[in-house]
Design a protein around this ligand. Sequence first.
Ligand SMILES: C[S@@+](CC[C@H](N)C(=O)[O-])C[C@H]1O[C@@H](n2cnc3c(N)ncnc32)[C@H](O)[C@@H]1O
Length: 423
Amino acid sequence: MKLTLVATCMFGLEKILGEEIDALGLTRLDTMDGRVTFSGTEADIPRANIALRCAERVFVHLGAFPARSFAELFDGVRTLPWEDWVGRSDAFPVKGHSIKSGLTSVPDCQSIVKKAVVERLKDKYGISWFEETGVKYQIEFFLFKDVAHLMIDTSGVALHKRGYRPEAGAAPLRETLAAALVYTARPREDILFWDPFCGSGTIAIEAAMMVSGRAPGLGRSFAGEAFANIPKTLWEDARAEAQGRIRTDCKFEVYASDIDEDILDVTYENALRAGVEEYLNIFQADARTIKKEDRRGTVVCNPPYGERMGEREEIDRLYQQLGGSFKALYPWQIYVLTSSDRFDRLYGQRADKVKRLYNGMLPCYLYQYFKPAEARAEKGRTAKEIFDRKPDRRPDGRHVGGRTSNQGAGQRGDRPYPPKKKF
Ligand SMILES: C[S@@+](CC[C@H](N)C(=O)[O-])C[C@H]1O[C@@H](n2cnc3c(N)ncnc32)[C@H](O)[C@@H]1O
C-alpha cells in the first residue's frame, strides 16, 4: 500500500536527513523544521528505521486537516482510517505537540484525539469498551499553524538509541547529531578520521559505522515489528538488505583520543558493541599537542563547552590553544561543534563555514575549516555576528584498534588497547 511516512530529526538536520531518504530510493514530499515527509510502502518502514542515521523516529502519516477548534480536531481525527492499523484489542495512547496554533493546550488536544479515535473504532468494531491489552500503536498529533497532522510511531524507542551506548561520558553527544557531523565532514576510506575529544566515542563510532556501511538500527528492535500491517518478513528483508551493505574489505581508520584515560574504556566497550572496534585506534592524548601525520586527515570533534559557572575562562584558553595545534594540521579539514558563539574569534581564524545546530535544546555551531589560516582574516567573525543577520530557527516555539600514549599520531606509542593481558 502507498503510504505517507514522516521522519523526524533534530533541528538543523533536515537537509542531511532528506539526502539519506533519497539514498534509500524514496521520494521526498515535504520538509519542515524537524521533519521530512516522504512516500513509501510498508516495506519502507523497516528500511527507514534501520538505515536512517539522522532520524529520531519514523511515523506513518494518517492525514492532515485544519484544526482551529476542538470540534474541527475531533471531526478530522474521526474521519481517519484508524482501523487500518489499530486492532480491536490494541493499545493506542496519544501524545503530541502544538506550535504556532490556536489550540495550545496539549492535554486537552490529547483527550479530544483519544475520544475521536475511540468513536471511530467503536463504529468500526461494534464494541464500546477497549481493553487496550494488545500491540501498542503510539498516536502522535502535531499541530502546526492550525493544521493537525495525525501519525503513528513505528520506531518506539527513539532512533538515536542505537543500543551501543549504555554507558556514556559526562556530556555525550546524541548519536544522530554525531552522525550528522560525520556526514557533513564526508569521511572517506583513504582519509584518516580523528576525534581528539572523543569522550564515549560517539563521533568516532558513527564515522566507522558510516564508512563501513553498518546501518545504525541493526542492533536494536522497533515498535513497528509488532504491527499486524508490517509482516515479519519485511523486517527480515530490511535487515538482510542492511547486512548486505556492510563492507568487509573496508580499510577506514579512525583515531579516538581524549585527555581522560578512564573514558577510553567506555569508548572501547561502545565500539565493541557497535561492531566497529576494528576501525578505531583509541589512545590518550591532549588535543592541544596532537600532530599531523604524513597523509590526509579530517578532525571532527565536540570539545567541552564550559556551560557551567567558572569554566568559561578555562574553555576560552583551550579554544585559543587549539588555534595553535589545529591550525598546524592544515591541509587537514577541521570540524568543531561547540555552543560557543565566539569560537572562531578565540581560535584566531574565521571559519570557512558555520552551521547552526541544536544539541538537544542547546544552540550550537559547527565551525568548519577547509582553507589555510593565511587565506582567512585572522580575527574571525563570531558566530553571533554571522547568525544575527539570519532568521532564527530555534525549537523554542514548542509548547511542549590500538591505544597509545599522549604524543599525537605519528609518535603514538605501542601499548595495545585493550591491554593484551585482559584478553
Ligand atoms: C563534550 S565531551 C565529548 C563528548 C563526546 N563527543 C561523546 O559523545 O561522548 C568533551 C571531552 O573532551 C575531553 N577533553 C577535555 N580537555 C581535553 C584536552 N585538552 N584534550 C583532549 N580531550 C580533552 C573531556 O575529557 C571530554 O571527554
